[in-house]
Design a protein around this ligand. Sequence first.
Ligand code: ADP
Ligand code: MG
Length: 334
Amino acid sequence: MPHIHRLSDLLVNQIAAGEVVERPASVLKEVLENAVDAGARAIEVQLEQGGVRRIRVADDGCGIARDELALALERHATSKITTLDDLEHVGTMGFRGEALAAIAAVARTSITSRAEGASHAWRIEAGREPEPAALDHGTVVDVADLYYNTPARRKFLKTDATEFAHCDDMFRRVALARPDIGLQLAHNGRVIHRLPPSPPPARVAALMGDDFLQHARELQADAGVLRLAGFASLPAYSRASRDAQYFFVNGRFVRDKLLAHAVREAYADILHGARHPAYALFLELDPAGVDVNVHPAKIEVRFRESRAVHQFVFHAVRRTLAESGAGRAAEVSA
Ligand code: ADP
Ligand code: MG
């Protein structure tokens, strides 16, 4: 008869990493979102070899106090929620307190941070004591040699170029969601994006192209509990793939069938065949009306009033297209 025993913390974290750390881009997502949650005004990302060799994110956020550095790397430790009620109204990107623990279990991870008001910075590696370090402000998270200790997972990594493309996409999502934050991305020493804080249209143009912006309609819809803003392409700018479709719910990039369907329906009469619209749409609603705690990566959401959300998004997009003249056919046939 096999004996039952408890798994070591490391193994527990490595198992959890299977859900949280799918590839370098998932590490980048978690570390970027932590910087955003820390109130950063400027974030700098350095990648090496598609992020497999290194992901280094520096921010000018609130920092982490020396005595909490070890906790930051522990599973189920977070500064973002305390009670179930907090969970239902969560306004931060993170709240599960598991990302850094999972990352540190499968990559050589260090955090250097200087908390507001501290006389100097401290640096920690998993399982070690913090050591004094030099840093003006904020936090630097350094994640090197992803999956160095889990060779089976390393085999699933694609080429550096493919992994970089996923990281780039992840960076773009955060940059679109937060035009107010200055963001920079470098890969193998080469700067790929340098984005100063900007008004939303300028940020959209920087990431999706001037051409998109010129062929897009700005969208503003407010139904009190539901608000939608952003840009949606006119038929003249349709695309062969769905590569330029960004939907955000309360600042979080999501991939949601219901929302995608609502937009597709709004275009149904004006885009035909295999053509797809491009859009960056931002839905805002009371956090209590949407459950983001469906999956560790929080890319799926569940709406409490899903029918109302579908209707609202559908009508908002369709009305915008109709006002531009593009949807006249749709209006007539409606
Ligand atoms: P979560 O984001 O869900 O709380 P994480 O494992 O990602 O969990 O991070 C654990 C904690 O470490 C956070 O709650 C936060 O207090 C702290 N932390 C992580 N990254 C940063 C950062 N860049 N700046 C300030 N604090 C951070
Ligand atoms: Mg986090």
